[in-house]
Structure formats: structure tokens, C-alpha cells
Design a protein around this ligand. Structure first.
Ligand code: SAM
Length: 213
């Protein structure tokens, strides 16, 4: 992803602190108070420029969404999309999701999306992959019993690695789709990376998994 320095980013986020939450770590266990409706909470980790989180917010007013994106110059793109979508059920956090347990209480989250996560192909970087077992431990802690992870990627190696990691952890793999776009799915909300790779004719992989009860 090409990054440009955006000196106006801090001001833009501050002006819109009803969307980009300030001091998010202080909201742990009280996220429902951040939203107007008390309803299920879905998280996207690594939201990028926000096509998915804003699109899902619009498609699902019955769900509250939080998008986490650590790069400031990227999250402002997501903020613009959330504002344009005129949705009140989406919040953005400009933090590193290195330990979700600092942000969310046990069982506070209903679903987690990992969309086109950085693949970190070198084996010495395995610990950075968002499906490494230390991340799965965090997801399990913050997810409600029976909560699920939905992962999409264009990267076959990351997909295979993640299926192995989920399976070794004891997760139940409920869906594996090796070419998501073969059939038209009117409910699939595309991410920026998904749009780019599927336009190049690359298959998009998706899986849905649940932790053991
Ligand atoms: N999900 C978007 C999409 O599909 O278009 C963006 C994909 S991009 C390859 C991965 C994004 O995840 C980057 O914007 C990166 O900054 C963000 N990211 C990676 N690791 C993260 C972490 N630990 N915490 C927060 N954001 C992270």
C-alpha cells in the first residue's frame, strides 16, 4: 500500500472523533456505550482504506462495527468512506491490534474479520501473521462462545498456513471457499484489495471458523 504523509490527518481525525475513537483502551468492556444501539459487535483487523467496514456498516445497521487500522495516513481514507456512507454504527481505531485483550473484555466481540492481512511470507516473520497462534489466543479471549472469524485473502500460502493454524488450534472450520467470486454473491462486501486482485482475475479465498466450545 502506497503511503503518503498527510499532515492534516490528526486534525481530520480529531474533528471526527465520533468515528475515530480517542483513547480506545479506556473503552475496554464498555464498547456498547460507544454506540447508539446495543447490538452485536463485529471487528475488522487491518481495515485499510475502509471499503469493507463502511460497506458492512451500511448493509448491516443491526450490527456495530469497529475497524482497527494502525497506519494514520491509511485510516483517514477509511474515515472519509465512513462519513460518506452516513452510518452511525461504525467506529475506527487508529491503533496496532497487537493485543486485542487490551482493547476488549472477554466475550465482548461477536465476530472478527481478517481481510487481506499482510502475508509476512518469510518464516522468521511467522509471529507477525494475524493467524499465528498467539493472535488466535487473543481472538478466542475476546470473542463470545461460538463467535466466528471470517478470513478473505488472495494469498494462497497465507490461506493454507491459516487453515493449518486454525486447525491445529482446534478451531472448527465451517467454510472453505477457494474462489469466492465464481458465483455472484450480492451480500459480499468487497475490500479495496479484493477489488484490485479480483479485477486481475486472481481467485479470492475465504474461510469461516469457530473456536471450540
Ligand atoms: N483490509 C484491507 C483491504 O483488504 O483492502 C487492507 C489490506 S492491507 C494488505 C493490510 C492492512 O492491515 C494495512 O493497512 C496494515 O496497516 C493493516 N495492519 C496490519 N497489521 C495490523 C495490526 N497489527 N494492527 C492494525 N492494523 C494492521
Amino acid at each position: 500500500m502506497r503511503l503518503r504523509n498527510k499532515p492534516w490527518a490528526d486534525d481530520f481525525m480529531q474533528e471526527n472523533n465520533h468515528v475515530v475513537v480517542e483513547e480506545p483502551f479506556s473503552k475496554k468492556e464498555n464498547w456498547k456505550n460507544e454506540f447508539t444501539e446495543d447490538q452485536p459487535l463485529h471487528l475488522e483487523i487491518g481495515s485499510g482504506k475502509g471499503a469493507f467496514i463502511s460497506g458492512m456498516g451500511k448493509q448491516h445497521p443491526e450490527i456495530n462495527f469497529i475497524g482497527i487500522e494502525r497506519v494514520k495516513s491509511v485510516i483517514v481514507g477509511a474515515l472519509r468512506k465512513v462519513l460518506d456512507a452516513e452510518v452511525s454504527n461504525v467506529r475506527l481505531l487508529n491503533v496496532d491490534a497487537s493485543d486485542l485483550r487490551d482493547l476488549f473484555g472477554d466475550n465482548e466481540v461477536d465476530q472478527i474479520y481478517l481481510n487481506f492481512s499482510d502475508p509476512w511470507p518469510k518464516s522468521r516473520h511467522e509471529k507477525r501473521r494475524l493467524t499465528f497462534h498467539t493472535f488466535l489466543e487473543q481472538y478466542e479471549a475476546v470473542l463470545k462462545p461460538n463467535g466466528q472469524i471470517v478470513m478473505k485473502t488472495d494469498n494462497q500460502q497465507l490461506f493454507e498456513y491459516s487453515l493449518m493454524s486454525f486447525s491445529q488450534y482446534g478451531c472448527k472450520i465451517e467454510e472453505v471457499n477457494l474462489d469466492l467470486h465464481t458465483l455472484e454473491d450480492p451480500y459480499n462486501v468487497m475490500t479495496e484489495y479484493e477489488e484490485k486482485f479480483s479485477n486481475k482475475g486472481q481467485p479470492i479465498y475465504r474461510c469461516r471458523v469457530r473456536f471450540p466450545e
